[in-house]
Design a protein around this ligand. Structure first.
Ligand code: GUN
Length: 295
């Protein structure tokens, strides 16, 4: 009998150990440590927290990290110049542009200026297209983390009904593509704000991936007994009783749903740590030119 709680933190710690060993091996062979850069624009608190945790994770496996900061008032031209610099800098293996960007910047234009071989977020049209047609690519961190967790926790997918809640470019759409791939072989239904009878659709699921961005959206009556529930949500809730003054919860009503599900990812400690470790995996691949072989 597998544990009911899917421990993303424990799995991510194991993967970090594997990455750290590969980084140490690169250094032993006279290579440089993989280098991940991040660009942060403006003063968004959540973005600063995410980038700080990515930096910490890099250092924990022996990778190099650097952060480039631009003011909220940065122009599109300044951003494109920054991207051109990062594309060219041979010391940087991969980089991310932390989203969201200020409203006056065309996010798609900036993202698509990233060299695909350095796009460790997997956000450029080239990597998204390659994912769609099954060519080597950088898979975005959250869907990659979900698939890795499913694999390492022996969650059966072949012939199963997977219901994905949410159709974002970062999670819902890529996870739907990956779940329906040959070798994974799930039957996928993607739900969104216009889906009719969403509770009924959810009750058909053997595996539910909840990435809808609404706190406590998935309730116990929407879950078939024995289903596997993967919660991708992250919400910060004010809580005077907690030492930090807040607590973190997901898109799933964990207390009630965990009574019905056979297995469930907690928030925090589920998909969050898997997402960060996936970025490290992609950075390692970028440094080793695994996805885009060096010309
Ligand atoms: N903003 C929220 N999630 C992400 C992510 O995975 N990558 C980047 N670059 N920005 C984000």
């Amino acid at each position: 009998m597998e544990n009911k709680i899917i421990d993303g933190k424990a799995v991510s710690d194991q993967i970090k150990k594997e990455i750290a060993a590969e980084v140490a091996d690169m250094l032993d062979h006279g290579l440089s440590a993989p280098h991940l850069a991040a660009v942060i624009v403006g003063d968004d608190g959540a973005s600063k927290t995410y980038v700080a945790s990515k930096e910490k994770a890099c250092h924990s496996v022996g990778m190099v990290s650097s952060v480039y900061r631009l003011p909220e008032t940065a122009t599109e031209k300044e951003m494109l110049d920054m991207v051109a610099f990062l594309n060219k800098d041979e010391d940087i293996d991969g980089y991310i542009i932390q989203l969201p960007l200020p409203k006056h910047i065309d996010e798609t234009k900036i993202i698509n200026a990233i060299a695909p071989e350095k796009d460790v977020d997997g956000f450029t049209a080239v990597n998204v297209g390659r994912l769609q047609i099954g060519q080597p690519c950088f898979v975005p961190a959250t869907p990659n983390g979900i698939m890795e967790l499913v694999k390492r926790c022996n969650i059966e997918t072949a012939g199963k009904n997977v219901v994905v809640l949410g159709r974002s470019n970062i999670v819902g759409t890529p996870v739907s593509v990956l779940m329906s791939r040959k070798g994974i072989d799930a039957t996928v239904t993607m739900c969104h704000s216009k889906t009719k009878n969403i509770a009924e659709v959810c009750r058909q699921a053997d595996i539910l991936v909840v990435a809808i961005g609404k706190q406590n959206f998935l309730t116990a009556d929407m879950v078939k007994p024995g289903a596997v529930v993967i919660d991708v949500g992250i919400h910060r809730i004010d809580d005077a009783a907690s030492p930090k003054g807040y607590r973190i919860c997901g898109d799933v009503d964990y207390d009630e749903v965990s009574k019905v599900a056979s297995r469930i990812t907690p928030v925090p400690g589920g998909i969050g740590p898997m997402t960060i470790v996936s970025l490290l995996q992609n950075t390692l691949k970028a440094a080793k030119h695994t996805v885009y072989p060096k010309q």
